[in-house]
Design a protein around this ligand. Structure first.
Ligand code: NCD
Length: 309
């Protein structure tokens, strides 16, 4: 039995297969509408979510399966002091697959050791978020047509932004990729991510605090929200929250075929005036999340055929 805790749990070849499957699901959704009939997905969300939880649920329902779960720790026995291990021990006997989000780094890894069904990490604290990365990879492939040779600007909260950490890990496996890390000093990429996925792999990167300076050189601009819930004090958050605001004026300096991505939710970091720019693809990105999660659920449940295949 396999779990998905870190994006690198999947090989490059498996990611290609998931993307091909997601493309096929988008092209002919009816062929997939019954393939997981009788299967149950549990979504255990100990932390708030809109897209991740609902796209997981929508994905399972679109495959003909069923869903159960909770959307906040307060409505689960965690509020009574139950451990993650005990919760997983029990819930895994009620379902066939689990998607779990938790504020503590490593909680899904602990949980999967106590689960009798596959566990998917749907975000663990400021650590990793592999299914957002699958969504991001599908977006990059569909919007730019390639993975190799891309210059990727990552902007905002690179310290606590788990989607950034997983995306860097994933992109570090492709040829000719270059990272441009744009953040205030206090929100720089953690050294373990930089060391393991950039330096040790000999990947080219640069670091700066000005978005304007690098606007014209990136093929992808991945904007992120300052992660308020991970700050120790509100003052620091207030000081840093508006460090970057992408607006129509800044977009003028960008390449004509550059794409703007954002895992969402957006707070202030992208002006709504950018939404109508064809290079803004964050809402399409959110939509792709449903299809790549359908592909992932199928794979993890061992369902490898659409209707008629
Ligand atoms: C992200 C997350 O939860 O890490 N959201 C998401 O899953 N799309 C990004 C964020 O919350 O800023």
């Amino acid at each position: 039995m396999r779990h998905l805790i870190n994006i690198l749990d999947l090989s490059v070849g498996e990611i290609d297969e998931l993307i091909a499957r997601a493309d096929d699901i988008m092209a002919r959704p009816d062929a997939y509408s019954e393939v997981c009939r009788g299967k149950i997905l549990a979504t255990l969300f100990f932390e708030p979510s809109t897209r991740t939880r609902l796209s997981f649920e929508s994905a399972m329902l679109s495959l003909g399966g069923s869903v159960l779960g909770f959307s906040e720790a307060a409505s689960s026995s965690a509020a009574k002091g139950e451990s993650v291990s005990d919760t997983l021990e029990v819930v895994s006997s009620y379902c066939d697959i689990i998607a779990m989000r938790h504020p503590k780094e490593g909680a899904p890894l602990v949980g999967c050791a106590h689960s009798s069904v596959p566990v998917i990490n749907a975000g663990d604290g400021g650590h990793y978020h592999p299914t957002q990365t699958l969504t991001d990879l599908l977006t990059i492939r569909r919007e730019t047509g390639r993975f190799d040779g891309l210059t990727i600007g990552l902007c905002g909260d690179l310290k606590f932004g788990r989607t950034v950490h997983s995306l860097i890990a994933a992109m570090s496996r492709y040829k000719g990729v270059r990272f441009v890390l744009i953040s205030p000093d206090e929100l720089k990429l953690p050294s373990f991510i930089k060391q393991e996925y950039i330096k040790e792999r000999g990947i080219e990167y640069s670091q700066c605090s000005s978005l304007d300076e690098v606007m014209g050189e990136v093929d992808i601009l991945y904007m992120t929200r300052v992660q308020r819930e991970r700050f120790f004090n509100e003052e620091d958050y207030l000081r840093l929250k508006d460090s970057y605001i992408l607006d129509a004026e800044k977009m003028k300096a960008a390449k004509r075929d550059m794409i703007v991505m954002h895992p969402l939710p957006r707070v202030n970091e992208i002006s709504t005036a950018v939404d109508s720019d064809p290079r803004a693809c964050y809402f399409r990105q959110a939509k792709y999340g449903r299809y790549i999660r359908m592909a992932l659920i199928m794979k993890m449940l061992g369902v490898d055929r659409a209707k008629g295949e």
